[in-house]
Design a protein around this ligand. Sequence first.
Ligand code: ARG
Length: 584
Amino acid sequence: MNATQEQLKSKVQQALVTAFGTEFAETDPILVPASNPKFGDYQANLSLSLSKKMGKQPRAIAIEIVDKLDVSDICETPEIAGAGFINLRLKTDYIEAQLNAIQADARLGVAKVKHPQREIVDFSSPNIAKEMHVGHLRSTIIGDSIARILEFIGHDVLRLNHVGDWGTQFGMLITYLREVSPDALTTANALEIGDLVEFYKQAKKRFDEDEKFKETARREVVRLQSGAEDTLHGWKLLCEQSRKEFQEIYDLLDVKICERGESFYNPLLGDVVKDLDKSGLLEESDRAKVVFLDGFTNKEGQPLPLIIQKSDGGYNYATTDLAAIRYRTQQDKAKRIMYLTDAGQSGHFAGVFQVAHRAVWIPDDVEVVHVSFGMVLGEDGKRLRSRSGDTVKLRDLLDEAIVRSRADLDTRLQESEREETEEFKANVARIVGISAVKYADLSQNRMTDYKFSFDRMLSLKGNTAPYMLYSYARTQSIAREGNIDFEKLGDVKIQLQEDSELTLAKHLLQLDEVINEVEKELLPHRLCEYLYQLSDKFNKFYENCPVLKSEESIKISRLSLCYLTARTLKLGLNLLGIQTLERM
Ligand code: ARG
């Protein structure tokens, strides 16, 4: 709800009280955006819900409320429609004044939160020596955008990469490393392992086919856990190699994240077991230490356990997450912790959250949220695969987006007989390609599966990054054409004459509302939708209203609308992790 809506809400509430008495002081006026612009900008629907309680016709109630309602500083005279809706239309000079106010504001009317707090976004989180797959890509893109938005509104955000850098798979990997490169574990020099995923596959193969190898691998896990120097050295080598590969992707995506992998919590796992035992939650089942979950049963109706410590003494993914929750609430003092993984892990998080709650490790003022998302599908509607049927390599996918966007650009340049430098072309191709992948992901409701299609995401039409970037570039080309420096426009008195101007202006004023919504619901696609409509409204305005050819005061006012649109697009896209281009 934005400031205007807030004000109107309280005015309707006052009118209700004046008309019917203080017993209605707490009644929600049900003030919502108008269902159709025909009816104005907002409507208050309270009369309908009060009708039964008051034993009166909704229309009669509406008439009495409107009689006491003074919104003349904001709205035209309220109208009563249909069964008893109160319709409110913002006055043009009110909108102009609001726009004039945000013009001078670097934050474009988006206030910082009154109570900033420490918030943790746990995202990306790939696994060492395994491929970073499209699921991790989704987590990275959505997580980064959420972090950007929370940072922008003033929270103290910790971006954590919960890398899978610990666990039994390292026994196998280090044993294999000893086999292929015995020196690597003792010498100081780093080693080029080459393709780590291939390395993983080979190690797995040896593990599966050789009993002796398997046994050595098991011992290697114990050596790792007890901190044997050479084993630790091998472990570090593997992590280092993966880290380099992950970093390349983060650089390409322009994502900042702080690594705090599973190994970080390793020293804390023993206490998790001890404390769960003390609080009486821990039970033994099949020689493993478990907590039985309330409300979770298997197919046979048996209560489902969350395994805390396996029969061989090893710990689980869940144990680490329990230790992490404690650390994050106690040491990091986080008030909200968000986990970005695919919906397939919702069972895991429900279990972990429940145990942490029952152990009273999550204080009342702390919120833990699994920010889940659907699968990435290929055009055939099945899980996305490469042509050879393997999982798609992220690097390849991003590179292909860039190559394709370069091809599109070359065609466009050829058709319009435009010449550009190689540097220009490479830059546009990279930004458009990466933005297209990001935007395609962000513009979907994250809860749904989404179909990955290069053709669709690179299209200049529709709710796509190229369309958005193009709208931004258009604002810039207007300035170039008129020889105008937007930044030197200063505070212009905006005048709104045409419908399309008014529509654009109202939309520009809704940015804070959208951002507040995303902060609460963690759904970045709402921001995409907002920007898409903004581009649309801007393009309609530009079709209907001459800018550079208008007489001076109108020209300046319209240029100022273009500039506000540009700033809003740039800010909004930036919050999605998308860079804008002055020309494309
Ligand atoms: N490494 C995990 C995976 O690839 C994701 C970790 C998510 N974060 C967490 N705290 N569990 O599936």
